[in-house]
Design a protein. Structure first.
Length: 373
């Protein structure tokens, strides 16, 4: 079965085709393996790394891109790659293209697919069920997938260079980092393990105890915790009581990291979440944000029976996801929230399946917000 899984994953990553193409293949697999692959697709971690486009275009291709570690502190942030499609006829020459411009044709195509989702939204009873106990489904997710499901996000220090600067030996002042939605520690530990700042404090918080337990069970946690460097606790970002994480002083955090976290909240929770972020950040502190953008492939491929609310969906594993626009983020964090915009950008990528002649658009939003001094 292991060989079959690896074979399917290799095929899937090479061609990046929508799930319907693999329907007959999936149905022939054992139930557990089928569920694992559906879950992986649903959370799109394969696609979340901004540098994952550096896949080999053919089985015999040679990777020429410098190692990611050698690019930290050198590559420009918010550039999202340099492979540009200048001629339409060249679209199937590579598996992926960066900075792809969207025209009205692409918008219309996406809107048509989304309109079909409104024909059969989630029933009111099921909607209340999903929205009343989101922790249940995330708990199941982490119990099933554990710490090896997601890849370490070493690319964060390129996209958000302040992380590289603040954890360097020459920073010469204390810095406190909070990762919201730490999961199994795939951001927490790359930062901690590469840190050279003796005055670092890093907190990894998650909505779920099972995720926090995964972080705390890592062999590197205990010694760093004893030295006052690493902390991890259960914390609901959107709690209505204004609680902040354990062992944390109000207004003490320099950097909050939120990567594919805010999209799991319902729109009704945004206000509380922003208020709680304000309570933990010190004046001048920053929020480093990356999440799903409107019309992303993950949104338009949802079928009927998955729409909870406008641009808000329930995945097959019961977890929720929202798809944002740049203007929505400005409204949430700046117009209606207390933060200033330092940078907002859209990472828009065209993925192609050259064998099937398919075009697929991935859209992510990336931002830095700052609390006024």
């Amino acid at each position: 079965m292991g060989a079959k899984l690896l074979s399917l994953q290799a095929k899937w990553r090479a061609y990046l085709v929508p799930l319907p193409v693999f329907t007959s293949y999936f149905t022939s697999l054992p139930r557990g393996l089928h569920t694992k692959l559906i879950c992986a697709e649903a959370h799109h971690e394969i696609f979340q790394n901004p540098f994952s486009k550096q896949k080999m275009d053919t089985p015999n291709a040679v990777e020429t891109k410098p190692p990611l570690e050698s690019r930290i502190g050198k590559d420009s942030p918010f550039t999202f790659g340099q492979r540009l499609l200048t001629e339409d006829k060249d679209v199937f020459d590579h598996n992926a293209w960066d900075h792809v411009e969207w025209g009205q044709e692409q918008i219309d195509d996406a809107e048509k697919l989304i309109a079909k989702q409104y024909e059969l939204p989630v029933k009111d009873f099921d909607k209340k069920l999903y929205n009343s106990q989101p922790a249940k489904y995330w708990d199941i997710f982490y119990r099933n997938n554990r710490e090896n499901f997601f890849k370490d996000r070493k690319w964060l220090q390129i996209e958000f260079p302040f992380l590289y600067e603040a954890t360097g030996a020459e920073y010469n002042k204390p810095v406190t980092i909070l990762e919201v939605g730490c999961g199994a520690g795939n951001t927490f530990y790359p930062i901690l393990n590469q840190n050279q700042n003796p005055d670092l404090k890093i907190y990894g918080c998650d909505y779920l105890k099972v995720a926090v337990d995964l972080v705390r069970s890592n062999e590197n946690f205990a010694p760093n915790n004893e030295n006052g460097i690493a902390y991890s606790s259960v914390w609901d970002l959107a709690n209505s009581e204004g609680q902040i994480p354990d062992d944390m002083e109000p207004h003490s955090v320099d950097v909050v990291i939120m990567v594919f976290v805010f999209s799991a909240l319902s729109p009704e929770q945004w206000k509380n979440a922003v208020q709680n972020l304000d309570k933990v950040l010190k004046p001048g502190g920053q929020i480093l944000f990356r999440d799903y953008g409107r019309y992303d492939l993950a949104q338009v491929r949802f079928k009927k029976g998955r729409l909870l609310d406008e641009n808000f969906y329930i995945r097959g594993d019961g977890t929720r996801v929202y798809f944002f626009t740049e203007e929505e983020l400005r409204t949430i964090f700046c117009t209606e929230g207390p933060f200033a915009e330092k940078n907002i950008a859209t990472d828009r990528r065209l993925l192609v399946n050259r064998k099937k002649q398919l075009k697929m658009y991935r859209i992510w939003l990336q931002a830095v917000f700052q609390k006024p001094e």
